[in-house]
Design a protein around this ligand. Structure first.
Ligand SMILES: [Zn+2]
Length: 291
Protein backbone atom coordinates (compact mmCIF):
# COMPACT_ATOMS: atom_id res chain seq x y z
CA UNK A 1 0.00 0.00 0.00
CA UNK A 2 1.60 3.29 -1.00
CA UNK A 3 1.01 6.84 -2.10
CA UNK A 4 3.39 8.74 -4.32
CA UNK A 5 3.17 11.94 -6.31
CA UNK A 6 5.12 13.60 -9.06
CA UNK A 7 4.69 17.19 -10.21
CA UNK A 8 4.74 17.01 -14.01
CA UNK A 9 5.17 20.78 -14.13
CA UNK A 10 3.85 23.80 -12.27
CA UNK A 11 3.44 27.47 -13.10
CA UNK A 12 1.24 29.88 -14.99
CA UNK A 13 1.80 27.95 -18.25
CA UNK A 14 0.51 24.63 -16.92
CA UNK A 15 -0.01 22.54 -13.79
CA UNK A 16 -0.38 18.79 -13.37
CA UNK A 17 0.52 16.38 -10.60
CA UNK A 18 0.49 12.61 -10.98
CA UNK A 19 -0.76 10.58 -8.03
CA UNK A 20 -0.02 6.88 -7.85
CA UNK A 21 -2.13 4.95 -5.37
CA UNK A 22 -1.35 1.33 -4.66
CA UNK A 23 -3.59 -0.93 -2.65
CA UNK A 24 -3.95 -4.72 -2.51
CA UNK A 25 -1.64 -5.19 -5.48
CA UNK A 26 -3.66 -2.76 -7.61
CA UNK A 27 -2.33 0.55 -8.87
CA UNK A 28 -4.39 3.61 -9.71
CA UNK A 29 -3.08 6.66 -11.56
CA UNK A 30 -4.78 10.00 -11.01
CA UNK A 31 -3.96 13.54 -12.08
CA UNK A 32 -4.56 16.60 -9.97
CA UNK A 33 -5.15 19.21 -12.68
CA UNK A 34 -4.36 18.72 -16.36
CA UNK A 35 -2.93 22.05 -17.44
CA UNK A 36 -0.79 20.58 -20.23
CA UNK A 37 -2.08 19.27 -23.54
CA UNK A 38 -2.79 15.52 -23.60
CA UNK A 39 0.26 15.10 -25.85
CA UNK A 40 2.54 17.12 -23.57
CA UNK A 41 1.20 15.22 -20.57
CA UNK A 42 2.04 11.91 -22.28
CA UNK A 43 5.58 13.17 -22.98
CA UNK A 44 6.05 14.12 -19.34
CA UNK A 45 4.68 10.79 -18.12
CA UNK A 46 6.84 8.64 -20.36
CA UNK A 47 10.15 8.98 -18.44
CA UNK A 48 8.23 7.78 -15.37
CA UNK A 49 7.21 4.64 -17.25
CA UNK A 50 3.58 5.74 -17.23
CA UNK A 51 1.27 5.78 -20.27
CA UNK A 52 -1.36 8.49 -20.50
CA UNK A 53 -4.17 5.95 -20.84
CA UNK A 54 -3.32 4.63 -17.36
CA UNK A 55 -4.85 7.85 -15.99
CA UNK A 56 -8.40 7.01 -14.94
CA UNK A 57 -9.38 10.13 -13.01
CA UNK A 58 -8.56 13.82 -12.90
CA UNK A 59 -9.26 15.96 -9.83
CA UNK A 60 -9.54 19.61 -10.77
CA UNK A 61 -8.66 22.48 -8.48
CA UNK A 62 -10.42 24.86 -10.88
CA UNK A 63 -10.95 25.46 -14.58
CA UNK A 64 -8.40 28.16 -15.39
CA UNK A 65 -6.42 27.35 -18.56
CA UNK A 66 -3.23 26.60 -16.63
CA UNK A 67 -5.08 23.87 -14.68
CA UNK A 68 -7.40 22.54 -17.37
CA UNK A 69 -6.07 22.48 -20.93
CA UNK A 70 -9.08 22.62 -23.20
CA UNK A 71 -8.13 19.64 -25.43
CA UNK A 72 -8.96 17.36 -22.50
CA UNK A 73 -12.66 18.10 -23.17
CA UNK A 74 -12.59 15.52 -26.00
CA UNK A 75 -10.96 12.82 -23.88
CA UNK A 76 -13.57 13.37 -21.18
CA UNK A 77 -16.35 13.19 -23.77
CA UNK A 78 -15.03 9.85 -25.05
CA UNK A 79 -14.90 8.47 -21.54
CA UNK A 80 -11.12 8.08 -21.59
CA UNK A 81 -10.86 9.81 -18.22
CA UNK A 82 -13.31 10.75 -15.52
CA UNK A 83 -13.18 14.37 -14.39
CA UNK A 84 -14.01 15.47 -10.83
CA UNK A 85 -15.09 19.10 -10.49
CA UNK A 86 -16.50 21.12 -7.62
CA UNK A 87 -20.20 21.87 -8.12
CA UNK A 88 -19.44 25.58 -7.93
CA UNK A 89 -17.60 25.20 -11.28
CA UNK A 90 -20.51 23.46 -13.03
CA UNK A 91 -21.75 26.41 -15.06
CA UNK A 92 -18.28 27.30 -16.25
CA UNK A 93 -17.63 23.64 -17.13
CA UNK A 94 -20.79 23.59 -19.26
CA UNK A 95 -19.69 26.78 -21.00
CA UNK A 96 -16.42 25.25 -22.14
CA UNK A 97 -18.29 22.27 -23.57
CA UNK A 98 -17.70 19.52 -21.02
CA UNK A 99 -19.97 16.52 -21.39
CA UNK A 100 -21.29 15.71 -17.91
CA UNK A 101 -21.70 11.98 -18.60
CA UNK A 102 -18.10 11.50 -17.53
CA UNK A 103 -17.89 14.36 -15.04
CA UNK A 104 -18.40 13.84 -11.33
CA UNK A 105 -19.48 16.89 -9.39
CA UNK A 106 -18.45 17.08 -5.77
CA UNK A 107 -19.38 19.42 -2.92
CA UNK A 108 -17.34 20.26 0.15
CA UNK A 109 -17.81 16.78 1.65
CA UNK A 110 -15.16 14.03 1.44
CA UNK A 111 -15.76 11.13 -0.93
CA UNK A 112 -14.05 7.79 -1.66
CA UNK A 113 -12.26 7.37 -4.98
CA UNK A 114 -13.46 4.22 -6.77
CA UNK A 115 -11.31 1.07 -6.58
CA UNK A 116 -8.76 2.26 -4.02
CA UNK A 117 -11.14 3.60 -1.34
CA UNK A 118 -8.80 6.59 -1.11
CA UNK A 119 -10.62 9.36 0.70
CA UNK A 120 -10.64 12.70 -1.13
CA UNK A 121 -11.23 15.68 1.14
CA UNK A 122 -11.93 18.90 -0.81
CA UNK A 123 -10.97 22.20 0.78
CA UNK A 124 -12.50 25.30 -0.91
CA UNK A 125 -10.49 28.52 -1.26
CA UNK A 126 -11.06 32.01 -2.62
CA UNK A 127 -9.56 32.55 -6.10
CA UNK A 128 -11.05 34.99 -8.59
CA UNK A 129 -14.85 34.67 -8.81
CA UNK A 130 -15.47 30.93 -8.61
CA UNK A 131 -12.79 30.00 -6.13
CA UNK A 132 -10.55 26.97 -6.23
CA UNK A 133 -10.27 23.72 -4.33
CA UNK A 134 -7.40 22.11 -2.47
CA UNK A 135 -7.35 18.42 -1.61
CA UNK A 136 -6.30 16.16 1.19
CA UNK A 137 -5.66 12.75 -0.33
CA UNK A 138 -6.02 10.21 2.47
CA UNK A 139 -4.76 6.89 1.17
CA UNK A 140 -5.48 4.46 3.98
CA UNK A 141 -4.01 6.81 6.56
CA UNK A 142 -1.18 8.28 4.48
CA UNK A 143 -2.10 11.89 3.86
CA UNK A 144 -1.04 14.35 1.17
CA UNK A 145 -2.37 17.93 1.20
CA UNK A 146 -2.19 19.92 -2.04
CA UNK A 147 -3.25 23.54 -2.35
CA UNK A 148 -2.60 26.01 -5.14
CA UNK A 149 -4.04 29.34 -6.31
CA UNK A 150 -5.34 29.96 -2.77
CA UNK A 151 -5.41 33.72 -2.89
CA UNK A 152 -5.00 33.91 0.86
CA UNK A 153 -4.62 31.58 3.80
CA UNK A 154 -8.03 31.04 5.42
CA UNK A 155 -8.29 29.69 8.99
CA UNK A 156 -10.01 26.53 7.74
CA UNK A 157 -6.83 25.54 5.90
CA UNK A 158 -5.33 24.75 9.30
CA UNK A 159 -8.43 22.83 10.38
CA UNK A 160 -8.28 20.58 7.30
CA UNK A 161 -4.56 20.26 6.58
CA UNK A 162 -3.80 18.27 9.73
CA UNK A 163 -1.81 15.08 10.31
CA UNK A 164 -0.30 15.30 6.85
CA UNK A 165 2.62 13.19 5.69
CA UNK A 166 3.26 15.39 2.66
CA UNK A 167 2.38 18.94 1.69
CA UNK A 168 2.38 20.52 -1.79
CA UNK A 169 1.69 24.24 -1.58
CA UNK A 170 1.91 27.18 -3.95
CA UNK A 171 4.64 29.76 -3.35
CA UNK A 172 3.86 32.09 -6.22
CA UNK A 173 5.72 35.34 -5.86
CA UNK A 174 8.38 37.30 -4.06
CA UNK A 175 6.63 40.40 -2.75
CA UNK A 176 9.39 42.89 -3.58
CA UNK A 177 9.77 41.47 -7.11
CA UNK A 178 6.01 41.70 -7.62
CA UNK A 179 5.89 45.33 -6.49
CA UNK A 180 8.93 46.29 -8.57
CA UNK A 181 7.69 44.49 -11.70
CA UNK A 182 6.32 46.38 -14.69
CA UNK A 183 3.02 44.54 -14.46
CA UNK A 184 -0.09 46.72 -14.62
CA UNK A 185 -1.51 47.81 -11.27
CA UNK A 186 -4.76 45.87 -11.74
CA UNK A 187 -2.82 42.62 -12.20
CA UNK A 188 -0.72 43.22 -9.10
CA UNK A 189 -3.91 43.91 -7.17
CA UNK A 190 -5.48 40.71 -8.50
CA UNK A 191 -2.50 38.59 -7.51
CA UNK A 192 -1.79 40.18 -4.13
CA UNK A 193 -5.33 41.14 -3.15
CA UNK A 194 -6.36 37.93 -1.37
CA UNK A 195 -8.03 36.18 -4.31
CA UNK A 196 -4.97 35.56 -6.44
CA UNK A 197 -1.85 33.79 -5.19
CA UNK A 198 0.30 33.28 -2.11
CA UNK A 199 3.62 35.04 -1.68
CA UNK A 200 6.72 33.15 -0.58
CA UNK A 201 6.32 34.56 2.95
CA UNK A 202 2.67 33.53 3.18
CA UNK A 203 3.48 30.05 1.89
CA UNK A 204 6.31 29.62 4.37
CA UNK A 205 4.19 30.77 7.34
CA UNK A 206 1.36 28.44 6.32
CA UNK A 207 3.73 25.50 5.74
CA UNK A 208 5.36 26.13 9.12
CA UNK A 209 2.03 25.95 10.92
CA UNK A 210 0.88 22.89 8.98
CA UNK A 211 4.20 21.16 9.68
CA UNK A 212 3.73 21.82 13.40
CA UNK A 213 0.45 19.90 13.36
CA UNK A 214 1.61 17.17 10.99
CA UNK A 215 4.35 14.57 10.51
CA UNK A 216 5.66 15.77 7.15
CA UNK A 217 8.26 13.80 5.29
CA UNK A 218 7.75 15.66 1.97
CA UNK A 219 7.21 19.33 1.26
CA UNK A 220 6.86 20.60 -2.29
CA UNK A 221 6.45 24.17 -3.51
CA UNK A 222 4.25 24.82 -6.54
CA UNK A 223 3.34 27.50 -9.06
CA UNK A 224 6.40 29.78 -8.81
CA UNK A 225 6.00 32.87 -10.97
CA UNK A 226 8.64 33.09 -13.68
CA UNK A 227 8.54 36.88 -13.71
CA UNK A 228 8.14 37.62 -10.01
CA UNK A 229 9.92 34.84 -8.20
CA UNK A 230 13.30 33.20 -8.06
CA UNK A 231 14.12 29.77 -6.59
CA UNK A 232 17.31 31.23 -5.07
CA UNK A 233 15.27 33.74 -3.06
CA UNK A 234 12.92 30.99 -1.95
CA UNK A 235 15.81 28.82 -0.80
CA UNK A 236 17.35 31.73 1.10
CA UNK A 237 14.07 32.50 2.84
CA UNK A 238 13.61 28.89 3.93
CA UNK A 239 17.24 28.61 5.02
CA UNK A 240 16.78 31.67 7.25
CA UNK A 241 13.30 30.97 8.56
CA UNK A 242 12.66 27.22 8.41
CA UNK A 243 16.01 25.46 8.23
CA UNK A 244 14.58 22.38 9.97
CA UNK A 245 12.16 21.86 7.07
CA UNK A 246 14.82 22.25 4.36
CA UNK A 247 15.63 18.52 4.14
CA UNK A 248 12.02 17.91 3.11
CA UNK A 249 11.80 20.70 0.57
CA UNK A 250 11.56 20.52 -3.21
CA UNK A 251 10.87 23.48 -5.47
CA UNK A 252 9.12 22.57 -8.70
CA UNK A 253 9.33 24.39 -12.00
CA UNK A 254 7.41 24.90 -15.20
CA UNK A 255 9.59 22.99 -17.60
CA UNK A 256 10.88 20.05 -15.63
CA UNK A 257 9.17 17.12 -14.00
CA UNK A 258 9.97 16.53 -10.34
CA UNK A 259 11.10 13.16 -9.05
CA UNK A 260 8.38 10.82 -7.97
CA UNK A 261 7.97 11.36 -4.23
CA UNK A 262 6.94 8.33 -2.25
CA UNK A 263 5.07 9.42 0.85
CA UNK A 264 5.69 7.50 4.04
CA UNK A 265 3.00 7.22 6.66
CA UNK A 266 3.21 8.12 10.34
CA UNK A 267 6.17 10.42 10.42
CA UNK A 268 8.92 8.17 9.15
CA UNK A 269 11.23 10.30 7.09
CA UNK A 270 12.19 8.31 3.99
CA UNK A 271 15.78 7.18 3.64
CA UNK A 272 15.69 5.73 0.15
CA UNK A 273 15.05 7.43 -3.18
CA UNK A 274 11.53 7.38 -4.49
CA UNK A 275 10.75 5.04 -7.34
CA UNK A 276 9.85 6.10 -10.84
CA UNK A 277 12.30 7.87 -13.09
CA UNK A 278 15.29 7.03 -10.97
CA UNK A 279 16.09 10.71 -10.55
CA UNK A 280 14.74 11.10 -7.06
CA UNK A 281 16.86 12.37 -4.23
CA UNK A 282 17.04 10.91 -0.74
CA UNK A 283 15.12 13.34 1.41
CA UNK A 284 17.56 13.13 4.28
CA UNK A 285 20.33 14.48 2.06
CA UNK A 286 20.61 18.21 1.32
CA UNK A 287 17.41 19.36 -0.37
CA UNK A 288 16.86 18.68 -4.06
CA UNK A 289 15.59 22.01 -5.33
CA UNK A 290 13.97 22.11 -8.72
CA UNK A 291 13.17 25.13 -10.84
ZN1 LIG B 1 -2.85 28.68 -11.66
Amino acid sequence: MSLSYCVLGSGSAGNATLLTLEHDGRRKRVLIDCGFSPRQTALRLRPLGVERDEITDILLTHLDQDHFYRSWVKLVEHGVVRLHIHRRQQRRAAKIGLNFRHVELFDDDPWPLAETATRIEPVPFAHDDLGTVGFVIDHHGTRLGLATDLGSVPPHLFERFVDLDALALESNYDRSMQIASDRPAFLKRRIMGGKGHLSNEEALCAARRIADQSRLNRLTLLHLSRQCNCPERVKRLWRERAADLLPLLSITGQKETSPEFRVSAAGSRPTSPATGNGAAAPSTAPPRLFG
